[in-house]
Design a protein around this ligand. Structure first.
Ligand code: BGC
Ligand code: ZN
Length: 368
């Protein structure tokens, strides 16, 4: 069976690899689900893994099969499987449990262990293969009517979790009714977080580097009823001065400088959620005295949020369905640059290696 893999630690090593076809019996207790891969999303994480910024191979391998945003169809299930059946469209969570208490209660997304296991990212092979098998615990059913949004389920789960975590954390305030939210970054997490917040009726500003005119990201953000702001024209400080400081910031730029700058403009009792993995070595200059003072006097909250468990997938999928009802046709625009067909492994590798800006491509590994 073909797979797309990298040699962790070696930049630009993406290549075609061979893996043995898995079987439902690979999972103990008859809980295995065999999935034929239909589509796999490729995002900045894959690019950074191919840049050798992070990522490790599973034990016993020198390569790591990449791909963590999957969509497929169930072909076979073990006799104990209840959640899905052959013919169901499914996606799959990314994180796999380690040994901490959180891992043992089904919350590997908040494991307290430093080592983490993620399919296609760290120590576990990913989904850029023809088939994969997993425990039904990690398999999430996709409704028929959402199959056109396929690989967005995974980034959506991260966006849904980020917003959920903010609301959970803000229960510390007893009353929190955020009116104004900023989303920094208009990649898939930023745009999908925009969707989640707009569904809650919050006024949202979505910010990114690109100009507003002729920009698909701006069109998508505004399609959800958010206001798109190009940071080339307006700084975070200017925006705060003009329209007021936000109650909530979902930071999804992948740029640690902006993540810290957000700390200078958050409103009192506000919350920032950092969602980006930043693989670089950048350092920033922060006006630390005023941030420190302001954060103490303003009761502010900063939290990191990454990955998601099956509950976040389910709430994210439900929000995608609501999004289709409120703003039909907007979410699918996030799926740009489709690459079709098995023969296009080579094309995908070209995109990964050469087109550094190909932020969202997806690969039809097989046809539906
Ligand atoms: C994935 C997450 C993952 C994170 C860190 C993101 O691209 O969507 O599921 O936890 O990378 O590896
Ligand atoms: Zn990702």
């Amino acid at each position: 069976m073909k797979a797309i893999a990298v040699l962790p630690g070696t930049p630009d090593s993406v290549h075609l690899a061979e893996l043995e076809k898995p079987s439902v019996t690979d999972v103990p207790a008859d809980r295995g689900v065999l999935i034929r891969v239909l589509k796999v999303g490729v995002d900045a994480t894959d690019r950074e893994i191919n840049d050798a910024q992070y990522g490790s191979a599973p034990e016993g391998y020198d390569f790591l099969v990449i791909g963590h945003e999957c969509f497929g169809i169930v072909e076979e299930v073990g006799s104990a499987v209840k959640k899905v059946q052959p013919g169901d469209y499914v996606t799959c969570t990314v994180r796999r449990p380690g040994g901490s208490i959180f891992d043992r209660i089904g919350r590997s997304d908040i494991t307290s262990e430093e080592e983490y296991y993620e399919r296609g990212i760290n120590l576990r092979h990913g989904f850029l293969t023809e088939y994969f098998v997993d425990d039904e615990e990690f398999v999430v059913r996709m409704p028929q009517g959402l199959k056109h949004l396929h690989v967005l389920a995974e980034p959506m789960s991260c966006a849904a979790k980020a917003v959920e975590q903010a609301f959970l954390a803000q229960q510390r305030l007893q009353v929190w009714e955020p009116k104004r939210a900023w989303v920094t970054g208009a990649g898939q997490i930023g745009l999908l977080a925009t969707l989640v917040l707009r569904l809650k009726g919050i006024e949202v500003w979505t910010m990114a580097r690109g100009p507003r005119e002729g920009n698909l990201k701006a069109e998508i953000a505004e399609g959800y009823g958010s206001t798109y702001v190009s940071n080339a024209d307006v700084t975070l400080h200017e925006l705060a001065e003009k329209h007021g400081k936000p109650d909530l910031i979902i930071e999804a730029t992948g740029h640690s400088g902006i993540a810290f700058e957000c700390m200078e403009v958050l409103g009192h009792n506000g919350c920032i959620v950092w969602t980006s993995i930043t693989g670089g070595e950048r350092a920033v200059n922060v006006p630390s005295d005023s941030v420190n003072l302001n954060w103490v006097l303003g009761n502010k909250m900063l939290l990191g949020s990454v990955n998601a468990n099956f509950r976040h997938f389910e709430s994210g999928i439900a929000d995608m369905a609501l999004g289709e009802v409120s703003w039909p046709g907007v979410t699918e625009k996030i799926l740009t640059n489709p690459v079709d067909g098995l023969e296009n492994y080579a094309e995908m590798m070209r995109l990964l290696v050469e087109d550094r800006d190909a932020l969202k491509v997806y690969v039809n590994v097989a046809d539906e």
